[in-house]
Ligand binder design. Structure first.
Ligand code: BJW
Ligand code: ZN
Length: 232
């Protein structure tokens, strides 16, 4: 059975990483659609770099939760039959044990050079304008996908959605495309679709089944169900 899992900010909420659109959302009073843009970076680069530097540093103070760990358990059994795509830029899936994670909105622990367009593993700050390890130019920015930019790995993601038997969406509001459209695309290509979210998402009616609750509870239960089905 081929399974595609899409995760969003809700899966990391119980680890203490703020979501975007809940009451205590990450951007504190700003609409994420207004600030997560290349234009905001052009007009206030220092503010944006400091914001992402702080989020990168805060990774040291959070741990994967039971939902991340359960998805790693599923990968152990399904191997390449599980395709895990996350909108999150944190590294909690990897630290939970997943080894094949597709970060469609980029990664905090990566820097992107605007001069040579290469990406580099990055654990330090960027606000102090370090030179690019590849070309030496001081044009490194956070390696994240802002509104109006093209998400990573789209060809591989669409290919996997086309041949999936099951599509599962975990902890995402369904407010941001193209990820919000994956459910309809997968269903059109004959996948069964399941949503696991604290509350019904904006796209909840597109799913065959929707379960409500915290990811740290729902995901391990769902993984147990899956393992009972696929292991002899
Ligand atoms: C829990 C929980 C718990 C809480 N357990 N659950 C008009 C119509 C349609 C589309 C467009 C349009 N105008 C423009 C567009 C396109 C645009 C878009 O979608 N805009 C919308 C605002 C309409 N999209 C883009 O520009 C994208 N690019 C693009 O489309 O390129 C064209 C193209 C595509 C494909 C191929 C070729 C070309 C880029 C989008 C980039 C988004 N970037 C951000 C910032 C990343 C960096 C950063 O982190 O700072 O990504 S925005 C932000 O939203 C972040 C997230 O990944 C993303 C999604 O948020 P998510 O994960 O859903 O979080 P929340 O907070 O919204 O929801 C959390 C959910 O969890 C809630 O439901 C809670 O209830 C739940 N929850 N606790 C379970 N314990
Ligand atoms: Zn460079």
């Amino acid at each position: 059975m081929r399974v595609v899992v899409l995760t969003g900010a809700g899966i990391s909420a119980e680890s203490g990483v703020p979501t975007f659109r809940d009451a205590d959302g990450l951007w504190e009073g700003h609409r994420v659609e207004d600030v997560a843009t290349p234009e905001a970076y052009e007009s206030q680069p220092t503010m944006v770099q400091e914001f992402y530097d702080a989020r990168r540093a805060s990774l040291a103070h959070v741990e994967p939760n039971a939902a991340h760990v359960a998805l790693a358990r599923l990968e152990d059994v399904l191997g390449d039959d599980l395709f895990l795509v996350t909108q999150n830029i944190d590294d909690l899936h990897e630290r939970g044990g997943s080894t094949r994670v597709h970060h469609m909105h980029g990664e905090l622990r990566s820097a992107l050079c605007r001069a040579c367009e290469r990406r580099f593993p990055w654990d330090r700050t960027l606000v102090d304008l370090p030179p690019c390890p590849g070309c030496g130019v001081t044009e490194l920015r956070p390696d994240v996908v802002w509104f109006g930019e093209i998400p990573y790995d789209m060809d591989a993601i669409m290919h996997e959605l086309k041949r999936a038997d099951l599509f599962v969406s975990i902890g995402t509001s369904g407010a941001v495309y193209p990820a919000a459209g994956f459910v309809q695309y997968a269903a059109r290509h004959r996948a069964r679709t399941l949503e696991l979210n604290l509350q019904p998402s904006e796209g909840t009616s597109f799913f065959h089944e929707s379960r409500q609750g915290p990811a740290g509870t729902l995901v391990p239960l769902w993984v147990d169900e899956m393992l009972a089905r696929v292991t002899p």
